[in-house]
Design a protein around this ligand. Structure first.
Ligand code: ARG
Length: 460
């Protein structure tokens, strides 16, 4: 195997160490981007007068052919090469001889790997955003189907207050929409063209980097060649966006694992997305959701790993940076696979209104009782005390607010009137909420309409 740098050495590289350090087994995923970058570089060299017109044309045609073959046959992108850059250059030289040997003029693999990864992310991030849109659409559909059904919301995982089931689904929509924005920001960060940086100091050929950026679809050029050769902030930002997306999917998974379980029974998982037990015939397990929760650890790990790799590096390219790619690829695969399976799970959920409405009633109406007293002029802190004592009594007797007779209400406070009975229901509790982000049915309806409009906008 000849390398791009064998001229410097008397002896061949240690085979095992070379194999261990080579990246082609994984950076082959950058094949298309590497060829695209090389075609643009050939044009830039042509414009700079480094390549004669017919040389440029030959190189471009050969690269286009290499791209075509690699696209139509994944097995074509293979060989004993050190990395994808060496692979593409070897094929080019095999086809064109010395003309092919001119392509790397004024260019370094340090900037090449940066431009490849940036192009790759700009190609792939939109797919992840699409995956997010599909999950969001499934959640919005569930919110719409749920209508005004009620369920309890929890704090400290204890029943807190009644909310609309739609409000619960839209809560997850809100976090995933932030991820959608975060990936857009990661796109913008990757959108800087590093070629022209050379290995570290820039290039001595007359490269029109603005034209090169336009050619490759970048809207700007990097600011500093030293920084550019080791800048992986854009990869870290991508890993952060992926990690937070996984955190949100994991929390949704956790909610659904609990709410679909026998203890709550708020939703039913579709059979198609559940698994059985080899031993216990009654089991219907939420394996896909557990796997999403489990795989979240890898996405978090990749972010931590890359930041750790970056933190100790001296300025300029260091081979440590080769570690960025497996982190990016695995995080991407983890997020895209998880998005797809979560979408299917959400699509397949059936709401059990009887269970959710029953669970939305009971002592979790205590805040509404306190608010009633506030309405009668009692300071809130006093009202809290009164209702707290009432709750203590009811809990001890195994009763709920609905079972209190008027004289018992009055015993707790003479501010209670007969109208308290209508005020203390889950339906009344949500109806009196006022703020736009609240679970008031009118607010939830508006939020749902807004989310549907957002989906139409991003899809169009
Ligand atoms: N495989 C290398 C990487 O992923 C490509 C850049 C190599 N540059 C170098 N000077 N060895 O980072």
């Amino acid at each position: 195997m000849t390398t791009l740098w064998s001229g410097r050495f008397e002896h061949a590289p240690d085979a095992a160490a070379f194999e261990w350090g080579s990246s082609f087994s994984f950076d082959r995923r950058l094949f298309e981007d590497d060829v695209a970058g090389s075609i643009a570089w050939a044009r830039a060299l042509g414009r700079a007068g480094v390549l004669a017109r017919d040389e440029g044309r030959k190189i471009e045609a050969a690269l286009a052919d290499i791209l075509e073959r690699g696209r139509s046959d994944a097995a074509f992108v293979d060989g004993p090469d050190e990395d994808v850059h060496s692979f593409v250059e070897r094929l080019l030289v095999e086809r064109l001889g010395d003309t092919g040997r001119r392509l790397h003029t004024g260019r370094s693999r340090n900037e090449q790997v940066s431009v490849d990864l940036r192009l790759y992310l700009r190609r792939r991030i939109p797919l992840l955003r699409g995956g997010l849109e599909h999950v969001i659409a499934a959640l919005v559909d569930q919110a719409s189907t749920a209508g005004e059904a009620l369920m309890p919301a929890f704090t400290h995982f204890r029943p807190a207050q009644p909310v609309l089931v739609a409000h619960f689904f839209l809560a997850h929509v809100a976090s995933l929409r932030r991820d959608h924005d975060r990936f857009a920001a990661a796109m913008i960060e990757a959108d800087a063209m590093p070629l022209g940086s050379g290995a570290i100091a820039g290039t001595s050929y007359d490269i029109d980097v603005e034209a090169l950026a336009r050619d490759l679809g970048f809207s700007r050029v990097v600011a500093n060649s030293i920084d550019a050769s080791s800048d992986r902030d854009f990869a870290a930002t991508f890993l952060y966006a992926s990690a937070l997306t996984m955190v949100h999917l994991s929390r949704l998974a956790e909610d659904l694992i609990i709410f679909c379980g026998e203890a709550h029974g708020f939703f039913d998982l579709s059979d198609a997305l559940s698994t059985g037990s080899s031993m216990m015939p009654q089991k219907k397990n939420p394996d896909p959701l557990e796997l999403v929760r489990g795989k979240t650890g890898r996405a978090l790990g990749h972010l931590g790993a890359l930041l750790t790799t970056m933190k100790g590096l001296p300025s300029g390219y260091n081979k440590d940076l080769q570690e960025d790619k497996q982190a990016v690829f695995d995080s991407e695969d983890t997020a895209s696979g998880s998005l797809a399976v979560v979408k299917s799970v959400v699509d397949g959920l059936t709401l059990n209104r009887t269970r959710t409405e029953a669970a939305a009633s009971g002592l979790l109406l205590a805040t509404d009782v306190a608010d009633y007293l506030v309405g009668r002029g009692l300071p809130f802190r006093r009202a809290h005390e009164v209702v707290g004592a009432l709750v203590r009594k009811l809990a001890a007797e195994g009763r709920e607010f609905g079972s209190l007779r008027l004289d018992e209400w009055r015993e707790a406070s003479d501010l209670f009137g007969a109208d308290i009975v209508d005020r203390v229901t889950p339906r009344a509790s949500v109806a009196v909420k006022r703020t736009p982000q609240s679970t008031a049915p009118s607010a939830v309806r508006r939020a749902l309409t807004e989310a549907q409009a957002w989906l139409r906008r991003v899809a169009g």
